[in-house]
Design a protein around this ligand. Structure first.
Ligand code: NIG
Ligand code: FE
Length: 414
C-alpha cells in the first residue's frame, strides 16, 4: 500500500545519514516545516517540503492523509526493558513507603527473586499474552522499537522460557524487537554461596541452547555490589562473545565497581543505568565508542539521584534514553514520561531528549538502519501529535497524552 501524508506542520528528525550523536551533536535536530512523507509498503519512500511535492511525487496515490496542525516524530526506540515479567510488586512498593529498606525487602524474599518465583510459576502462553498486552499499550504511547531482556527466570528452563516468549513477540508483534539474555541478573538462592556454580550453569547450560535456537541478540549482566562483580561480569561477557553475543550491561546503578572498564574492554554496545559515576567514569564514557543509556524513571521510582546527563553530554558522550520497564524499579514503559523527566530533572534540551530516545536508542540496539529517524528506506514508524504550540510543549506539559495517533510500518495502530 502507498500512503502520502501532506501538510505536516513539522516533520521531526529527518536525516539522510544516521550517525550516533555525541556531545553537542545531540542538540541538532533536523526538521522540515510544512512537509510531506510518502510511504510505500511500510517503508518511507520520499519526504520533503510541500513545495517539492509535485516534482518529487508526480503520481500521488489515492490514499492521502492531511496532517495540518500536526507535528510528526519518529516513534520512540526503547533500548532497555524487562517487558516480559509475571505479576507485579506493588506490595514492595507500599512496604518501601512504610519505611522498609531494599535489604529488608530482599530478606523477606522480595526484589528480583520475587519476580523470578512468579516467572517460574507462569506458563509460556500466559507470559506471552501479558507481554503482548504491555507491548500494545507501549505502541499506543509511541514506542516503535524495543529491546527486551530475560533475567527473571534464573534457571535453565525459565531463562529459555522467557527468551522464547521474546522470540514469539519478535515474530508476531510487527515491532522491531531485540532480545537480550540476562541470566546474570542475580544469584538464585540455591547458588547464593556458589557463584561459580551459577556462572557455570550460564556458560555450559544456558548459552549453548540460546545460541543454537538463536534466542538472543545480546548478553547482559547486572554488575553491582551484592550481584555480579566486575570480574564475574568479564567472564560472562567473554562467554557470550564466544557465541556472538555482544554485551549491553547494567553498570553503576548503585556503586562504581569497575563495570565501565569491563564494558569498554568487551566492546559493549551500550552501558546502561549510570546513576553513580565518578569524574573518572565520566571521562572514560566520553571516549567510549558505544552508547550510554540513561534510565531516569528507575532513579525516579527508587528515589535516587538522577543520572548526570548534562555532565556526560558536555563531556562528549553518546547518550540514549530508555524506560527500563520492569516490575521492581520502573513499572512504566512510557517513553513520553521518560523524555519529559529527562528535560525536567536532568536538564536535557527537548532536541536532545528526542535524539536520545530515537536515533541514539536505535544505535543502542544496532537498529539505526531501520528505525530512529524519518529517513528514506527506514520503517514508517510515526508519532502524530495532537495540535500543540511547539515541540518543547511535549515535555513541558508532562503527563498529558499529546499523541493523536501512531503509525507502525505504514499501518495505523488502534
Ligand atoms: O534494571 N537493576 C537491575 N535490574 C532491574 C530491576 C530489577 C528488579 O527490581 O526487578 C533494573 O532496574
Ligand atoms: Fe534494567
Amino acid at each position: 500500500m502507498t500512503t502520502l501524508i501532506i501538510n505536516i506542520k513539522l516533520l521531526v528528525n529527518t536525516r539522510e545519514e544516521s550517525i550516533l550523536l555525541r556531545g553537542k551533536a545531540l542538540a541538532d535536530l533536523p526538521a522540515i516545516e510544512n512537509a510531506f512523507v510518502l510511504i510505500e509498503d511500510g517503508i518511507i519512500a520520499a519526504l520533503g517540503h510541500m513545495y517539492e511535492l509535485d516534482w518529487m511525487v508526480p503520481h500521488p496515490p489515492k490514499n492521502i492523509v492531511d496532517a495540518s496542525d500536526q507535528i510528526v516524530l519518529p516513534c520512540w526506540c526503547d533500548s532497555h526493558t524487562h517487558l516480559v515479567f509475571a505479576g507485579s510488586r506493588e506490595a514492595e512498593f507500599v512496604d518501601k513507603i512504610n519505611g522498609l529498606s531494599y535489604a529488608e525487602i530482599a530478606e523477606r524474599g522480595g526484589g528480583i527473586l520475587n519476580s523470578a518465583r512468579k516467572i517460574q510459576q507462569a506458563t509460556e502462553e500466559n507470559l506471552y499474552t501479558d507481554a503482548l498486552y504491555r507491548l500494545k499499550e507501549l505502541t499506543l504511547l509511541g514506542t516503535g522499537a524495543i529491546e527486551i531482556k530475560s533475567g527473571y527466570g534464573l534457571s535453565v528452563a525459565d531463562e529459555l522460557k522467557m527468551l522464547r516468549v521474546i522470540k514469539k513477540l519478535k515474530e508476531q508483534s510487527g515491532l522491531l524487537i531485540k532480545a537480550t539474555f540476562l541470566g546474570a541478573h542475580t544469584y538464585p538462592l540455591a547458588y547464593k554461596d556458589n557463584h561459580q556454580g551459577y556462572i557455570d550453569l550460564i556458560i555450559n547450560e544456558m548459552l549453548p541452547v540460546i545460541a543454537a535456537e538463536k534466542l538472543a541478540d545480546y548478553i547482559d549482566v547486572f554488575c553491582e555490589k551484592g550481584f555480579f562483580s566486575a570480574e564475574e561480569t568479564d567472564t560472562i561477557c567473554k562467554a557470550g562473545a564466544a557465541y556472538g553475543l555482544k554485551p549491553k550491561l547494567h553498570v553503576n546503578q548503585l556503586n562504581s565497581i569497575g563495570g565501565i572498564d569491563i564494558g569498554i574492554a568487551n566492546q559493549a554496545v551500550s552501558l546502561d543505568h549510570l546513576e553513580t559515576l565518578t569524574p573518572d567514569d565520566i571521562k572514560k564514557l566520553s571516549g567510549y565508542a558505544g552508547v550510554c543509556t540513561l534510565l531516569p524513571t528507575a532513579a525516579f521510582f527508587l528515589r535516587m539521584a538522577y543520572q548526570p546527563a548534562r555532565a556526560l553530554i558536555d563531556a562528549g558522550a553518546a547518550v540514549a534514553l530508555a524506560s527500563d520497564y520492569n516490575p521492581g524499579s520502573s513499572p512504566s514503559g512510557n517513553m513520553n514520561f521518560v523524555t519529559a523527566i529527562s528535560c525536567i530533572q536532568m536538564k536535557m534540551l527537548p532536541e536532545e531528549v528526542i535524539n536520545a530516545a530515537t536515533i541514539n536508542g536505535a544505535f543502542a540496539m544496532e537498529a539505526a538502519s531501520e528505525v530512529g529517524s524519518i529517513s528514506v528506506g527506514k520503517r514508517a514508524n510515526l508519532i502524530f501529535a495532537r495540535p500543540i504550540p511547539s515541540l518543547a510543549y511535549l515535555f513541558y506539559s508532562f503527563a498529558s497524552n499529546h499523541i493523536q495517533r501512531i503509525m507502525i510500518s505504514g499501518e495505523w495502530v488502534n
